[in-house]
Design a protein around this ligand. Sequence first.
Ligand code: AG3
Length: 275
Amino acid sequence: MDLWFTEKQTEDYGITAKITKTLHTEQTEFQDLAVIETNEWGRMLVLDGCVMTTIRDEFVYHEMIAHVALSAHPNPQKVLVVGGGDGGVMREIIKHATVQKAVLAEIDGRVIEVAKQFLPEIAVALTDPRVDVQVIDGIAHVKEHKEEYDVIIVDSTDPIGPAVGLFAKEFYQSIYEALKPDGIFVAQSESPFMHSELIQRVQNDVSDLFPITKLYVASIPTYPSGLWSFTIGSKRYDPAQIADEKRADGLSTRYYTKALHQAAFVLPAFVKELV
Ligand code: AG3
């Protein structure tokens, strides 16, 4: 018997893959958590029915959410990831030799454990000595820290359920305050095809707080529409410029390159209208 997984991305549209094996399912304190295996995308991490990441295309998202902000900063030493329990963003962050400490604030400890067990190639950095894994509410964490971080990365799920607060202006305000005077913030901000109003709202909120706000895009086939956006807010440095060419050149990546860093900010006309 064939079993198929469908993420209903909207009321009328979805992405479907044949399940070759169900590796794990559970209801955590916060969400429905599953890891399934598919032929097309390899193992997939699914939260509340939404594809979070897959073995075959995870590099695009994780490289692009991490290396743009980190390469735009001349000396990122202390970094915070809010969410990101699978560890993919951390794996990219620690490729930067300047980073001395990277804190992971993940609210759902089960995501961390399940990723370590079933997605070890993504979770690999979670045991690195520079990485401080904390099972805590990221919103509370940013409120408690002032002028402490060089870079803050918000690797959230969609703005429904447990992640709603991670798209709120008050949260962006706390992030601004938790960053050093030259800090940079980046968050995944959904699809220009499917969530254009959200992108506009997030861009407006971030630009009310940060002197420099930009949007950039990457192609992520397993996310809704395949075109994904990231919102970046910066206190001093232009996020589209690479601050340390040598460090950026030295990154071992499969999607991110220095040229692509700059190119990612060149937006299609219909996306440019949103910013
Ligand atoms: N976080 C962003 C996932 C958003 C995907 N949305 C969806 N499939 N509806 C991914 C976490 C990876 N570290």
